[in-house]
Design a protein around this ligand. Structure first.
Ligand SMILES: Nc1ncnc2c1ncn2[C@@H]1O[C@H](COP(=O)(O)OP(=O)(O)OP(=O)(O)O)[C@@H](O)[C@H]1O
Length: 253
């Protein structure tokens, strides 16, 4: 469903991503792993239009989306989360969701100013989607809660929900369990599988190997911006280049 082809990104002489190609297949959970600084977040930024590539292309269903703005890529059915959660602490859960929906389906100045029929219809749809998504997240009873009253795990879950509110076809998750303990991580992993099972393709960046090995259908491994391996969890665990890239670190852990 999404392909990157020969993607390269230079930052002032530093090659963060180099001639990288891979596909995300419909219905799968694809993990992108690699040591710190390997280029994982840069790849997400290139796929979502946050950064423009130095060279190379990104396609969704054969359509070249290279150079589109982030909101245009959202409209193609791609949503993402960030490493640090970007929730508005001073707002309630439901308002965080409504803002996300409206930002992603921007109707433009005149529609908003004059509360046109398009605006009204979007407003109703936003409320329906937000409540439906909260239910799916298991956070329906927290709709009116303020963000700081939620546990860390609930905040992580909500961050994923905010990305889901526009019903994307592809969800990109950047370290969705950062800072969580094992038990919480396992629950989020189960939740991500549930997201995939209800029809959303998932691409995830994560450092927690045990979680990735247990949930990913396929894994792409980056090192110094280049792909050094690609395969199923079992193939990656025993791949010599991967073991060396982790410098003796435990790929099984
Ligand atoms: N905006 C930027 N300007 C300059 N260099 C950057 C920029 N963004 C990333 N880099 C550099 O590009 C390289 C890849 O960074 P990136 O954040 O993509 O790696 P990562 O694999 O996501 O790392 P981590 O696992 O630590 O999050 C690093 O050397 C980083 O310092």
């Amino acid at each position: 469903m999404l392909s990157v082809k020969y993607l390269t990104k230079n930052f002032d002489g530093l090659v963060a991503v180099k001639e990288l190609s891979f596909d995300i297949r419909e219905g799968e959970i694809l993990a992108i792993i690699g040591p710190n600084g390997a280029g994982k977040s840069t790849v997400f930024n290139l796929m979502t239009g946050t950064l423009a590539p130095t060279s190379g292309k990104v396609f969704i269903h054969e359509e070249n989306i290279t150079g589109l703005k982030p909101y245009q890529i959202v409209k193609k059915g791609v949503a993402r989360t960030f490493q640090t959660t970007s929730l508005f602490d001073q707002l309630r859960v439901i308002d965080n969701m409504l803002i996300a929906y409206k930002w992603r389906t921007r109707l433009g100045f005149w529609n908003t100013l004059f509360h046109t029929p398009a605006w009204k219809s979007q407003h109703d749809q936003a409320a329906r989607n937000a409540l439906e998504t909260l239910d799916f997240l298991g956070l329906a009873d927290k709709a009116l809660a303020f963000i700081p009253t939620l546990s860390q795990e609930e905040q992580k879950r909500l961050a994923i929900g905010i990305a889901l509110v526009c019903k994307p076809k592809l969800l990109l998750l950047d370290e969705p369990t950062g800072g969580l303990i094992q038990e919480e991580t396992e629950r989020i992993a189960l939740f991500i599988k549930k997201v995939r099972d209800q029809g959303t393709t998932v691409c995830i960046i994560e450092h927690k190997m045990q979680m990735i090995m247990g949930m990913a259908d396929r894994i792409v491994v980056l090192n110094y911006g280049q792909k050094i391996a690609e395969g199923t969890p079992d193939e990656i665990k025993t791949n010599q280049a991967v073991i060396e890239a982790y410098l003796g670190g435990d790929v099984h852990a």
